[in-house]
Design a protein around this ligand. Structure first.
Ligand SMILES: Nc1ncnc2c1ncn2[C@@H]1O[C@H](COP(=O)(O)OP(=O)(O)OP(=O)(O)O)[C@@H](O)[C@H]1O
Length: 380
């Protein structure tokens, strides 16, 4: 079948060989050629395009613990700021290391200006404990142990039993993992929407290690269902005890906490939408060339795709730089790294991503000049 014709080259057929590759069958005169090309989903733009638009963009960097997420996130933030973008870099990892990376005290849960770059660069280390407390205080007065105690004290054991069956007490006393990070992200979204912070055109999240991110992604649906149950139960309880409650004068307080829960649910949905927004968001996976890290990255990538999170780039950090004379240890290490890098090429999840290799450098990457150096290697 003739699809397109140029004076010299004829495309006579094309076939989708994998979800991310198209095979083109070409003919030039009597000779045949087969060419594999990436589908548009594959093509991640370079840094110039990442910095081109003035529209606000969010970048989330995630991966296994210790692979260099913070270093890559901080170096991207410095590069954006030096390209004229007022930038905010946020750590939602409970074990923050932004302060160490910038060699500056950024603790305290407030925006701190980072000294050095050409345009404003601010950093924020979010305190996840505070976010968790917010959830606890909202739920405990609206269907958790607070309501359970109240029901018990009113002798309404049956409804209290229902609470037990739903395991709500458990849920509310130990909030699900990932919730603190989701709340932290939604808080950042709230304040960057205010006119005071509208100047930020690039917002970078240095996220918690993979496990947290995976849970965070499935959290909105889980919470949606759980909070939905709590609110339904809350409604039942309100009806059953309205007469008693009016005597005790608790109506106002309960309505307040129900509002809070509904707002929390809305915010979780907002976070999910942000993660899925292909126009404004990109999730960048950071890994190292080891079999374990690549396997974990592959699982992360599959989960991101399942959750419809846009992912185009894979940074393989700490790759041994070329050397003419490897010692025995380095030669072994290089062999291992080559094997891991080969895994990426045949991994169905990772093979279509834009691969960025960052070398293992012989100095610790700390402070803006070092981050600028790393940024110029990674973000091209
Ligand atoms: N390419 C590199 N070459 C040399 N050292 C590096 C490189 N990338 C990161 N490092 C160093 O590795 C250590 C861990 O890096 P970093 O804190 O960025 O990782 P992380 O993935 O954010 O860790 P965590 O999961 O603990 O937050 C740091 O000491 C950092 O300076």
């Amino acid at each position: 079948m003739l699809l397109t014709q140029t004076p010299k080259l004829t495309l006579f057929s094309s076939r989708l060989t994998s979800p991310r590759h198209v095979c083109l069958y070409l003919r030039r005169g009597g000779a045949f050629q087969v060419r594999a090309i990436a589908t548009p989903a594959d093509t991640a733009e370079g840094f110039e395009e990442m910095a081109a638009s003035t529209m606000r963009k969010y970048y989330m960097l995630g991966g296994k613990g210790g692979v260099g997420k913070t270093s890559c996130a901080a170096s991207l933030a410095v590069k954006f700021a030096n390209s004229g973008h007022p930038t905010l870099v946020v750590s939602t990892d409970p074990a923050h290391s932004l302060s160490d990376s910038f060699a500056q005290d950024l603790t305290g849960g407030l925006l701190v200006p980072v000294e050095g770059p050409d345009s404003p660069l601010f950093a924020l280390e979010i305190n996840p404990e505070m976010a968790r407390e917010e959830f606890r205080s909202a739920t405990q007065t609206s269907g958790g142990t607070g309501v359970k105690d109240f029901m018990d004290s009113m002798g309404l054991g049956m409804i209290a039993e229902q609470l037990g069956e739903l395991k709500l007490g458990e849920l509310l006393d130990t909030p699900p993992p990932g919730l603190d990070e989701a709340i932290a992200i939604s808080k950042v979204m709230q304040f960057v929407e205010s006119p005071q912070y509208s100047m930020f055109s690039r917002i970078i999240f240095d996220t918690a290690p993979t496990g947290h991110t995976l849970r965070l992604l499935s959290l909105p649906d889980f919470l949606d269902a759980s909070i939905g149950k709590i609110l339904k139960l809350r409604q039942k309880i309100t009806q059953a005890t309205s007469a008693i409650k009016s005597v005790f004068g608790q109506d106002e307080n309960k309505a307040d906490s129900t509002d809070k829960l509904e707002k929390l649910r809305e915010r979780m949905v907002q976070v999910r939408e942000l993660f899925r927004d292909t126009d404004s968001t990109e999730f960048i996976i950071v890994t190292i060339p080891t079999v374990m890290a690549i396997s974990e990255s592959s699982r992360l990538c599959a989960s991101l795709k399942k959750e419809q999170v846009p992912v185009k780039r894979l940074i393989v950090n700490q790759v041994l730089p070329p050397s003419a004379s490897d010692c025995k240890f380095c030669a072994m290490k290089r062999k291992d790294q080559t094997r891991a890098l080969d895994m990426i090429k045949s991994d169905s999840e990772l093979m279509g991503l834009n691969l960025i290799q960052a070398p293992l450098v012989d100095v610790e990457i700390r402070g803006v000049p070092a981050l600028r150096f790393l940024g110029d290697i990674v973000w091209k």
